[in-house]
Ligand binder design. Structure first.
Ligand code: CA
Length: 225
């Protein structure tokens, strides 16, 4: 049974979502308070979280940041009231996977939910991976470039593993911090950038003009290998 946590404080919308998702065969839990939702999401396993932005207790952005900082990888779909670019960017930066703008159609929402669930279940445990001149063996912790073994630090390896698993998707610095350093890290965004610069020197043909590890201004990094 696929379990969805709906965090929405407007009773009309919450009820509509609950009915519609239950009809689709999902098991649904509804909460109207951000702080409660953050607590429940950390205690109980959900397959997806639908998260409204404007909430009592804690707003959706805060909830999202808290969950990602805690290392939770559950897909988060934000429900934003405005189409403002800044809000969208902030959501992605904090680790949301997708968003829909209110008012949304149920068909669009269903499609996005399905896409997110599919993506999450299609993330395999990667053992070896090749891109360009590079071959990574995650099992043995080895990286070769043109057949030549290169040394990666444990953090560089973790970062690379995160990128390979999420290839083609934007990874915010918060997400990289939680994934590679752990949820309670005091490491800063600068440290992420430094390690990525080192990683680029090992995997990019031209580290000054990276083609695999791209920086997306204001959003984070994306691996295109
Ligand atoms: Ca609301």
């Amino acid at each position: 049974m696929t379990r969805i946590l709906v965090v929405e404080d407007e009773p009309g919308i919450a009820l509509g979502l609950e009915d519609d998702l239950k009809m689709e065969g999902y098991e649904v839990e509804v909460l109207g308070d951000g702080a409660e939702a953050a607590r429940l999401a950390r205690q109980t396993a959900f397959d997806l979280i639908l998260l409204d932005v404007m909430l009592p207790g804690k707003d959706g952005f805060e909830v999202c940041r808290e969950l990602r900082r805690a290392g939770l990888r559950t897909p988060i779909l934000m429900l934003t009231a405005r189409t403002q670019e800044a809000e969208k960017v902030l959501g992605f930066e904090l680790g949301a996977d997708d968003y829909v703008t209110k008012p949304f159609g149920t068909r669009e929402l269903r499609a996005r939910i399905k896409a997110l669930l599919r993506r999450a279940s299609a993330e395999p445990a990667v053992e070896t991976y090749r891109f360009g001149e590079v071959e990574v063996d995650f099992e043995r912790g080895e990286l070769r470039r043109n057949g030549q073994a290169l040394d990666l630090t444990p953090i560089e390896f973790k970062l690379l593993a995160l990128f390979v698993r999420a290839r083609g998707r934007v990874m915010s610095r918060d997400r990289l911090l939680a994934g590679a350093w752990g949820p309670d890290t005091y490491a800063s965004d600068r440290i992420v950038d430094n390690h990525i610069a080192n990683l680029r020197r090992k995997i990019e043909p031209d580290p000054a003009n990276p083609i695999y590890l791209r920086n997306l201004r204001g959003l984070g990094y994306r691996f295109d290998g």
